[in-house]
Ligand binder design. Structure first.
Ligand SMILES: Nc1ncnc2c1ncn2[C@@H]1O[C@H](COP(=O)(O)OP(=O)(O)OP(=O)(O)O)[C@@H](O)[C@H]1O
Ligand SMILES: [Mg+2]
Length: 410
């Protein structure tokens, strides 16, 4: 088994694109770490650098405490599972599973035994003599996983191994991956943009955004106590409402002025003081959709008024878009790094200085609708006035840079 560490690792592709920027990450021996982030944020690039399939531009990858930048992939004792399985098409399942052991020159009988044992554990023992083309997507992915696991690597890298499967199969295989990797105790880095996979599988989650580490913590910490507005938005099962407010004060606490309405954070709330550090400045208030529900008994400063614009049926409840006449914030991508420059008539290798530096969080503000949860069984119509209760202790507060106003302790 092995630990994996990245020390200030950056990756610039030959065209000058800064895909990963100054990434520090430690994965403990036997830990299951999920790299989570939207498409294009650099997740696969990180995995490929650890596997040795991609050169590290700057910084160091450590395997078991030893620098590994110059090791060949075959010297790293790492197995990788890709999104599409990538099996040898003209080999049978049996031959695909046996291949890594044959390379390692294991004893013939021992290989036979291991292949049968593993295929039973993975539920593919009935397919051993078939070719990959005759298997279902789920079976192919099981074979790919089996092939990676059969020689008991020190580190397991999985790049969205479930993304091509349907929902039922994803859930089934997700549970199996969780129990299998824990049973074997293999250090695992698992890439996904699916927050459910991240929350259910991970010991810890690393959130990546535009090649930069945005947040790192246990699933509980990342979900309940996100360090940034981006993480909070990415981890919510439905979109997080991000509302722009100006910080004011009154006798009872901090007032969040939304323009046409106000919310009150009482002095008893431990976040009231840190919020006051942004007195007369703009902050972003995160309100989870599930925390915004209709009320008949509003308390002053603890509700928002609006009108239902549209309703979406969700089975156990409705999601409503509510026009409350307030300003919301949203994310825009960081500007793209500049391409490779000509210097003195020659092309030179791009450096980190060529690539665009990480920008501060940018939130563009626009007037838009709140998303709220309406209980099923209630009768609602478009344009109905609605009063939504807001529990200040459930709100999240972010400064203009997207970072939490109150300290986040990990
Ligand atoms: N060989 C390459 N040359 C130039 N740019 C590249 C190269 N490979 C990847 N990139 C760019 O680097 C960025 C990160 O790519 P990467 O594949 O790591 O993203 P990802 O997070 O895995 O995305 P996805 O979820 O879509 O797989 C992307 O913007 C991508 O276009
Ligand atoms: Mg990828």
């Amino acid at each position: 088994m092995a630990s994996v560490a990245l020390d200030a690792v950056s990756k610039i592709y030959p065209n000058g694109y800064l895909a990963v920027e100054h990434l520090d990450l430690q994965v403990a021996d036997g830990e299951f770490l999920v790299l989570l982030g939207p498409s294009g944020c650099g997740k696969s690039t990180v995995l490929r650098m650890i596997a040795g399939l991609e050169e590290v531009t700057r910084g160091t990858v450590f395997l078991n405490g030893r620098p590994a930048n110059d090791l060949m992939p075959s010297q790293r004792d790492i197995a990788m599972v890709f999104q599409n399985g990538a099996l040898y098409p003209h080999f049978s399942v049996r031959e695909n599973l046996a291949f890594p052991l044959q390379i390692a020159k294991d004893d013939h009988e021992a290989i036979r035994g291991k292949v049968v044992e593993l295929s039973r554990a993975l539920g593919i023992d009935q397919t051993l003599d078939r070719k990959p083309a005759t298997l279902s997507g789920g079976q192919r992915q099981r074979v790919a996983m089996g092939r990676a696991i059969i020689r008991q690597p020190s580190v397991f890298l999985m790049d969205e191994p479930l993304s091509s499967l349907d929902t039922a199969l994803r859930t089934e295989l997700r549970l199996e991956i969780g129990s299998m990797t824990r049973e074997l105790g293999i250090t695992t880095l698992y890439v996904t943009h699916d927050q459910v996979e991240a929350l259910t599988l991970a010991d810890r989650i690393a959130v990546l955004r535009d090649g930069v580490l945005e947040d790192l913590g246990t699933p509980g910490q990342i979900y309940d106590d996100p360090a940034t507005a981006f993480t909070a938005g990415f981890l919510g099962t439905t979109q997080l409402n991000l509302v722009v407010a100006q910080v004011q004060r009154c006798a009872d606490g901090v007032l969040l002025d939304l323009g046409n309405q106000r919310l009150l954070v009482p002095w008893a709330d431990p976040r009231a003081r840190p919020l006051l550090g942004h007195f007369q400045q703009q902050v972003m208030v995160g309100i989870r959709v599930d925390d915004l529900v209709p009320t008949d008994d509003p308390r002053p400063g603890m509700f928002l008024d609006g009108r239902v614009v549209t309703l979406e049926y969700q089975g156990s409840s409705w999601t409503a878009l509510v026009d409350a006449g307030i300003t919301t914030a949203e994310f825009v991508p960081r500007p793209r790094p500049r391409p490779r420059r000509r210097s003195g008539g020659f092309f030179r290798r791009p450096t980190l200085e060529d690539a665009a530096p990480a920008q501060e969080h940018v939130g563009i503000h626009r007037r838009s609708h709140l998303m709220a949860r309406m209980p099923s069984g209630m009768k609602w119509q478009r344009s109905t006035p609605v009063r939504l209760a807001v529990d200040p202790s459930r709100l999240l507060f972010f400064g203009a840079d997207g970072r939490r106003v109150d300290p986040v302790i990990r």
